[in-house]
Design a protein around this ligand. Structure first.
Ligand SMILES: [Zn+2]
Ligand SMILES: [Zn+2]
Length: 345
């Protein structure tokens, strides 16, 4: 089979790899049918996650198999697997988790103790699990990891449920539940911020301001009912909830300066460079800042439920639907949210 392999800055290519085989009765083999790029893949492709960047806590040097967002078809299951069967369409979570350790049972699926820390598809940080831009993928804990795609949801629209869509649900939905009608600030650069705008409006935010230099992104945010701005001018006590998804500390610093007393800021992370935050301002305002690798498997079902409700429209964020064979050429073009579809899927 072929794996789309990141080989050098802005360069990916198909490389042959052995077909994955079931390694235990708990496993499944799946074939991606619709896969998309995570916002962090742009940073990986640009070389921001390698040893040349001395500040980051981990290093992922090429070559490695890329991709950690897809809907797949189950091809084969081990004897103990009961949750899915061959032929089922499933969301494959971006991280690997066992479902039975203390952390998994507490919902901390990004911190599973049965596998190395940071075990995930598409980046060899916690072991090598391959990528989801591959013809076939081994899923080590099929019942714990795979989430059947509900009838009525489109694999193309939901390819991002593996990570960015479900992460976006978590960044804003629980906070809006605690503070109905909250004012939401979104400072972003890619798909996550746009999903957040959609979800925030659908769940009753009274005001959403979306900040992004790209006009094409701002247009989408406006379609979702957000106000937009090219750059962020801090608005004193302007927002109850803020989401930062730029990977830039200067933007995070401006974001927290716009929070109301006891406001909450979620940072979607991927801060590959160091920087300073206005901690005294944050102290005086009373800011809660969460910077967390997402326990995405824990809330994929909630995020799918919201999609199924019809109150949101994640398909609008999909910028291009492309053929699987176009991956090597089209992925480095850095479209907002290209979804690559298998013709035989
Ligand atoms: Zn990701
Ligand atoms: Zn676990």
């Amino acid at each position: 089979m072929r794996e789309l392999t990141y080989v050098a800055r802005n360069t990916v290519e198909w490389r042959e790899a052995p077909d994955p085989k079931l390694g235990s009765a708990l496993e499944a083999i799946v074939a991606p049918v619709a896969a998309t790029s995570c916002d962090v893949d742009t940073a990986i492709l640009a070389g921001h996650a390698t040893r040349r960047e001395p500040h980051i806590g981990y290093s992922i040097d090429p070559p490695f198999a890329l991709g950690h967002e897809c809907v797949a078809k189950v091809v084969e299951t081990g004897d103990s697997v009961t949750g899915v069967s061959p032929g089922d369409l499933v969301v494959v979570p971006s991280s690997i988790n066992c479902g039975t350790c203390d952390h998994c049972r507490a919902g901390l699926t990004a911190h599973c103790t049965a596998v190395p820390h940071m075990a995930m598809y598409g980046a060899p940080i916690g072991g090598s699990w391959g990528g989801l831009f591959s013809d076939l993928v081994r899923v080590p804990y099929a019942d714990a990891m795979l989430v059947p795609l509900p009838d009525g949801l489109d694999p193309v629209a939901m390819a991002s449920a593996s990570d960015n869509w479900s992460l976006s649900w978590r960044l804003v939905a629980p906070h809006l539940k605690n503070k109905p009608g909250a004012r939401v600030l979104v400072v972003a650069r890619g798909s996550i911020g746009l999903y957040v705008c959609d979800i925030a409006r659908a769940l009753g935010a009274s005001d959403v301001l979306y900040v992004d230099p790209k006009a094409e992104h701002r247009k989408l945010a406006e379609d979702f009912g957000a106000r937009t701005a090219e750059t962020l001018e801090p608005v004193r006590h302007g927002f109850d909830i803020a989401v930062e998804a730029t990977g830039r500390v200067d933007q995070l610093a401006l974001t927290v300066k716009s929070l109301a007393p006891e406001g909450i800021c979620e940072s979607a992370g991927n801060h590959f460079r160091p920087g300073e935050l206005p901690l005294l301002d944050m102290y005086l305002t009373g800011v809660t800042l969460r910077v967390a690798r997402d326990n995405v498997r824990d809330h994929i079902p909630d995020a799918l439920d919201l999609a199924l409700s019809g109150k949101v429209d994640p398909a609008r964020v999909v910028s291009h639907v492309l053929d699987w064979e176009q991956l090597p050429d089209a992925l480095p073009e850095k479209h907002l949210k290209p979804v690559f579809v298998r013709a035989d899927g």
